[in-house]
Write a protein that binds this ligand. Structure first.
Ligand code: SME
Length: 161
């Protein structure tokens, strides 16, 4: 089917299957993160897709697709640091309305951040996606991106909440 005619739900269903198949048998963490963000970026056309990984009390940038971005984010800061601290997915429909939002690019208008958990149920990183349009993300994105993060984690022995 022409991807321009597909609904968001249909695009995510294909993407989830694609990520599952791409990651099969690959145990290297960097390879898995890099491949996953490229797959999401290609399938959904989002402005910026990437991972930030926990190191001490900060998030450090990991594999991503898009323009250069902030290298480090302290716990509790910005949308990413808040999703880490609150241990839950955050949907920001308008970044201007989120107190403390960190603007890596003035083109970023809305955002979703999904935490990654390890087997001890600690946050080990976040998946961060930015859109150059307002109101891009909703519960459909949250549901499928959480599913993708589970696939990413599970087959290397990480668990999610
Ligand atoms: N906007 C994010 C920072 C990371 S960039 O969007 C890539 C935040 O507020 O945490």
């Amino acid at each position: 089917m022409d991807s321009k005619k597909m609904t968001k739900e249909q695009k995510y269903e294909l993407l989830v299957a694609q990520v599952s198949s791409l990651l099969e048998g690959e145990t290297n963490w960097t390879a898995r993160l890099a491949e996953t963000c490229a797959a999401i970026h290609d399938a959904m056309g989002f402005f910026w897709v990437g991972f930030y990984l926990v190191e001490d009390e900060q998030l450090v940038i990991g594999p991503f697709q898009g323009s250069v971005a902030c290298l480090r984010i302290p716990k509790g800061k910005g949308v990413c640091g808040t999703a880490w601290k609150q241990r839950k997915t955050l949907i920001v429909k308008d970044v201007e309305e989120f107190p403390g939002h960190i603007a890596c690019s003035s083109l970023s208008k809305s955002e979703i951040v999904v935490p990654l958990f390890n087997a001890e149920n600690e946050v080990v990183g976040v998946l961060d996606i930015d859109s150059d349009e307002l109101f891009t993300f909703d519960e459909t994105d949250a549901k499928h991106l959480e599913e993708i993060v589970k696939i990413l984690n599970n087959s290397i022995g990480f668990s999610t909440k």
